[in-house]
Design a binder for this molecule. Structure first.
Ligand code: ATP
Ligand code: MG
Ligand code: FE
Length: 342
């Protein structure tokens, strides 16, 4: 049994053909990094246009690689929420058109549930990783959930301002390290001293499961240029300062994530933590969470690095919805924003 999954929530156009038992028969991801790089962030109009140009070739590539045709599919799944409106629309319209043309059922995926489901796909035995505490650390979200199963998630808390990935991207921009910044900042961080700057661990002990990264971002700004300066283009920092800033910033983000996640595990008595989203590819994050898991005695499942950033393989979550008879109809619409983390 196979299905086609489509992902176009932000700036990756992706399609995958996945079997019910989790095998990937075909996959294609067209990233738009080069298109958005000079703007230092994703430009929604450019993203939508690029999705439109790429969606059919991307689907075609995944299907050809898998050696399957429309008639071979059990269903067509697409992420319909959350994300950029124009981006989501391209994937949803493509999925609906193919579902109609091929007369196949349609499944609507929550992109955040899929980010966490990437953890399930790391289990070779297929053993369930639920129930668990789920932490999503991505470009748009930093959220903790109590996950009963892949689809029933209870919101525990989330960022009240920037997402963790967004903070990485903004710090990278301040240091002129390129976009997307997460990978660059973490590369520089490996050569720096994480104790060089004492950056704030905001909200760490406030009793909530919320996060805040805008104060940290401002602290980084002050550390490198002092208050008030807006233009970073002429800033000259030596490499060791850059590396120290990156390492200290990264440590502050990871400390906060680890602290809150530990608390969620303790409070809810769930002995397993799932982590998904682009920032989960970060080396320090993976190391520090592994140490915390060993110390506190919980099972840690982080999405495989290649399934942390946006991809369509994690759309395999659609099988769980198919099993429950949760299908979408051809009047499916996009849902760009979420209410309190859903
Ligand atoms: P969302 O899923 O919330 O809609 P998104 O899909 O744009 O947002 P992802 O693709 O999951 O986000 O992740 C992208 C983010 O991950 C970017 O902000 C990027 O800088 C960050 N990132 C990627 N690799 C790393 C890394 N090694 N260390 C830190 N951050 C990283
Ligand atoms: Mg992206
Ligand atoms: Fe994402």
């Amino acid at each position: 049994e196979i299905l086609l999954a489509i992902e176009s929530t932000c700036d990756e156009t992706a399609a995958a053909v996945v079997t019910r038992d989790g095998r990937v028969l075909g996959e294609c991801i067209a990233t738009q990094e080069k298109l958005h790089e000079r703007f230092g962030g994703v430009v929604p109009e450019i993203a939508a246009r690029a999705h439109l140009e790429r969606i059919l070739p991307v689907i075609d590539t995944a299907m050809t690689q898998a050696g399957v045709q429309g008639e071979d599919l059990q269903a067509i799944a697409v992420a319909d929420r959350p994300g950029l409106a124009g981006s989501l629309l391209v994937g949803v319209v493509a999925a609906k058109s193919l579902a109609l043309a091929w007369q196949k059922p349609l499944v609507a995926i929550n992109h955040l549930h899929a980010h966490l489901y990437a953890c399930q796909l790391s289990q070779p035995s297929g053993e369930s990783v639920y129930p668990a505490i789920g932490l999503i650390v991505s470009g748009g979200h930093t959220t903790l959930y109590l996950c009963e199963d892949p689809i029933n998630l209870q919101y525990l808390g989330g960022t009240i301002d920037d997402a963790a990935g967004e903070a990485f991207d903004k710090v990278a921009a301040m240091l002129s390290l390129g976009f997307p910044g997460g990978v660059e900042v973490s590369r520089w961080a490996t050569r720096g001293n994480a104790k060089a700057y004492d950056f704030p661990r905001s909200k760490l002990h406030d009793g909530s499961f919320d996060f805040s990264f805008s104060g940290l971002k401002t602290a980084v700004r002050y550390a490198i240029v002092g208050p008030g300066r807006q233009d970073f283009s002429s800033l000259e920092l030596d490499d060791s300062t850059k590396a120290d800033v990156c390492a200290s910033f990264e440590a502050a983000v990871v400390d906060t994530l680890v602290g809150k996640s530990r608390k969620a595990i303790r409070q809810h008595g769930v002995k397993r933590l799932l982590i998904g989203g682009g920032v989960a590819a970060n080396g320090r994050l993976r190391r520090d969470f592994a140490a915390a898991a060993e110390q506190d005695g919980f099972q840690l499942v982080i999405a495989p690095p290649e399934l942390c950033t946006d991809n369509a393989v994690m759309g395999a979550i659609a099988w769980k919805q198919i099993d429950r008879g949760q299908f979408a109809t051809l009047d499916l619409d996009i849902t760009p924003g979420l209410q309190r983390g859903f």
